[in-house]
Design a protein around this ligand. Sequence first.
Ligand code: F6P
Length: 474
Amino acid sequence: MNSVLVASNRGPVSFTVSDDGVLTMKRGGGGLVSGLSGVLKDDGVLWICAALSDGDRGAVRQAPGGRLDQAGYDTGALRMLDIPPATFHRAYNAVANSTLWFVNHLLYDIPNAPLFGTRFQREWESYRDYNGAFALALAEEAGHGARVMVQDYHLTLTPAMLRAERPDLRIAHFSHTPWAPPEYFSLLPDEVAREVLEGILGADHAGFLTERWAGAFMDCCRALLGAEVDLAARTVTHEGRTTHIGVHGLGVDGAALWERAHEPDVESNMAALREQVGDRRLIVRIDRTELSKNIVRGLVAYREFLLAHPEWHGRVVHLAFAYPSRHDLPEYREYTASVQRCAQEIEDEFGTEDWEPLILNVNDDYPRSLAAYRLADVLLVNPIRDGMNLVAKEGPILSPRAALVLSREAGAAAELGAHALLVNPYDVTGTAVALHDALVMPEEERTRRRELLEAAATALPPQKWFAAQLDALA
Ligand code: F6P
């Protein structure tokens, strides 16, 4: 039996299946996986995740009890849950990514406002089933008194479900996203909002990335559940149970990242990039093609910068990495198309025979991203809203001279804001001014700010971040 268990939708590895049925394993992506991979290697620790694709389902069916042998990936014991594909699709795509993600990132607008009807009720049922499958697996696998760490908006109901089955366990929930203020969170149907909040309050400890998101959660508990909130003690008491609220700002393992970024595949990508852009200055951004990342406004800001500063034409290149994400959702497919359209417009307007002002990379290429970090003069991170944003933390570790232009709406702004150039993500003119300020920043100031950014980014590396949450459950 296990003494520490982690549950998350996405796991540390995923599988693809070729036409002749051969399974190939690769590392899972995203902030949550980067945070947890590598810290869960001890005996007695089990990571439970969902099978996300046909490749994953194939791997689970070949593995005894869904236990996967992920030799070479160094992440400890792993069990993947084979949830029926239709249930998974409704829970992950319709509820988690199209509803809860949209609410917590404030992504709804008038033409795209939520519509909660009978279809949503069915999707919500699936979300319950999917959360229930995790609760069941955790209840089966946990030793008496074990500590269970449930992750993110996919699994908000699991803590309360698990508690009902196994009151002996110590349960934590951690939100890797922002949390919406009550007036926005209450877009959700009343019973859904209530179930989400009560689901998380089934935990003993509910963790958030910043004070701001923790505060918004407590505000929702007070406003929508009538719970008793003690802001000073950071507790929420509801129906006789008290949940402690914690703030744990996930940082980066600087030494491990540095080592990975100095491997030969990164060096060769640096040489190729240098060949491509010459000695021009580089403005770099690295994101999933995600609505909340605000890539289109970032491109428009770059255009405004070029319009305002013709003296930089031919002397600067914007390297924009926009990796594919959630293409099962039409909003994401449309967003990808608008990013590509906007990039093409900039290229058409400013490009010359010997100057490519913008290079858009749309394929997942980790070594090339690491190379771009190392070469960056400016790092642009301008999300509309973000739980933390690890790009803002990785850049200063790897780039010897990059100045950081950072959205004030990213969780990372709470820790890095004093040393970055902060922008309002909707204000593209202000962002263009910040891009210029970052390019012309004197060397001494760059160095000073970069050192402070690096210190803040590495203050709570994943090992310590995870240990702090385990301690909170002790
Ligand atoms: O921010 C929350 C999070 O779970 C991150 O870990 C990750 O960047 C993203 O969402 C992953 O999304 P998905 O698993 O849908 O690709």
